[in-house]
Every structure is written in C-alpha cells, then in structure tokens.
Design a protein around this ligand. Structure first.
Ligand SMILES: C[S@@+](CC[C@H](N)C(=O)[O-])C[C@H]1O[C@@H](n2cnc3c(N)ncnc32)[C@H](O)[C@@H]1O
Length: 255
C-alpha cells in the first residue's frame, strides 16, 4: 500500500485508531501531563491549543484550567472521538479544529497556552509547525512541548528511528533534546524548564495500537534480538520485546 503524501500516510495510520488512542494507558497517563497542568495552573481567562491532539489527553487536562481549549489534529476521526469524550466528561469548553500543524488556520496571538504531545515526531515539517505555534501564541504566552526524544548518539538514534518506522510508516523522526532546543529557539520560544522521563512501552499494546503488519513485527523483534549491549541496556529491552524510551517536557515562553 502506498500513500500519495506524508499527511495521507498519517491519516492512513491514525484515522481508524482513534478509540485505541483514547483508551491507551500510555497516552492517558503520565507525569508529563501532571507537570503540564501544574505549569499552566488555573487560568480562567486563557485560551489553549492542543496541537496533534490524538485521543485528547492534553485537552482533557487543560480544559478544567482554562476558558477554552482548541483541540487540533489532521484526523477528523480523532477529533470526533475527542468531541464525544469531552461531552461525556462534561468538558463543554473543548472545540475541535481539523488542520495540519504546518498550516494552522487560527489568528495570530490568539492563544495563551500552546501545547503538543507525542505528535511532532510525525510532522512532515517540524520547523513550520513550531512556527505556527509561535505565531498563534500571545507574546509572553506559554509553550509546552512533550515528545519521545532521541538519546542523540547515532548508535542509539538509528536504532530508535528504525524500530519506530517499522512499527508506523508515518513516523518521521524523534528529535534529540538538543534539536528540540534549537528548533524552539529558531521559532522564537525561550526554553525555561526541561523535565526528562523514562517511558516503558509494553510490546503487545504498542504493536496492536498501530496494527503493525506481522512482517514488520518480525523485523523489530529481529533487530531487538541482534541489538548490541549498548542498545539493549539503554532501551532496557525485555524478553517479550517491551522496551523503554526517553521522553521530555519542555516549557518555553514566547518572547
Ligand atoms: C500519538 S497521537 C497524539 C497523542 C496525544 N497528543 C496524546 O497526548 O495522547 C499523534 C497525533 O498527531 C496527529 N498528527 C500527525 N501529524 C500531524 C500534523 N502534521 N498536523 C496535525 N496533527 C498531526 C495524528 O493524526 C495523531 O492523532
């Protein structure tokens, strides 16, 4: 199966997985979500953006803190799922917007808080997506950027990108923390705080969530079995294929 454009490949992967991302424990929980909520705090007049909202877990955390959350995603199915779940939870201040991060149709300086989680590594053009977040946040507004990050060293980086791509052909690249910091500075964000985490990915649910084809699952398992001690130790590869990645929360402010 081929996809005409990268964004078509993203939709091919995500449109039918909305429920899986809503119910995914890895996505619904996390110390990063708690830190994000405490960094934002109660802001009854604020408007927030959740870019690449997926199943909506950032939007659901922000909604009780602010006046309005715009949950934005390429996938209409994700947005329908977020809208239905928001109604179920009584979060009537979440609105949805279907858009690519790189072409956000919102007015300039319209958000007090912009956030994105586990999405930027799918964007075809991260610099353009961050430029849109910088354009649409008010001067002095907060940006919160959360993602799986590359450890940086080529030995570990290549291995991570390889298994991510085998699992999900819409994967583009997990940037390193240094790359994130450079990209945010280029977009006009001043980094104020960085928190790093380890996230264990249970192999079965990780593969099932993306319906990874058996031939790719076999290739991932083969790479894992042939991994060097450095790779095995860093990613804490377990007998059943479960492993642990590095994630980050970067809090920045628009100049
Ligand atoms: C792993 S899910 C996001 C998870 C969610 N933010 C959370 O915290 O649970 C990745 C989402 O990014 C969206 N996405 C990928 N590329 C995008 C782009 N260029 N613009 C907007 N959304 C994008 C996908 O459609 C998908 O819903």
């Amino acid at each position: 199966m081929t996809s005409d454009t990268h964004n078509a490949a993203v939709l091919e992967q995500y449109d039918s997985r909305a429920q899986a991302y809503l119910s995914s424990a890895v996505h619904a929980q996390g110390e990063d979500l708690a830190l994000m909520a405490s960094l934002v705090g109660q802001r009854p007049d604020a408007v927030a953006l959740d870019m690449g909202c997926g199943g909506g877990h950032v939007a659901f955390r922000l909604a009780p803190l602010v006046s309005k959350v715009v949950a934005c995603d390429l996938s209409a199915a994700m947005l329908d799922t977020v809208a239905a779940e928001a109604r179920k939870r009584g979060l009537d201040n979440i609105v949805t917007e279907q858009s690519a991060a790189e072409a956000l149709p919102c007015p300039s300086a319209s958000f007090d808080v912009v956030a994105t989680r586990y999405s930027a590594h799918h964007w075809g053009d991260v610099a353009a997506g961050l430029a849109q977040m910088a354009r649409t946040v008010k001067p002095g507004g907060i940006g919160i950027f959360m993602d799986v990050v590359s450890p940086g060293q080529p030995l570990l980086d290549t291995w991570l990108q390889a298994i991510e791509l085998l699992r999900d052909p819409s994967h583009v690249r997990n940037a390193s923390l240094a790359e994130w910091q450079a990209a945010l500075a280029a977009a006009g964000f001043a980094v104020e705080q960085v928190a790093t985490y380890k996230l264990r990915l249970a192999f079965g649910p990780w593969i099932k969530r993306m319906r990874t084809p058996e031939v790719h699952v076999a290739a991932i398992r083969s790479l894992q079995q042939r991994a060097s001690n450095e790779v095995r130790d860093h990613f804490r590869i377990e007998a059943d294929g479960s492993f642990t990645v590095d994630t980050v929360l970067i809090q920045a402010r628009k100049a």
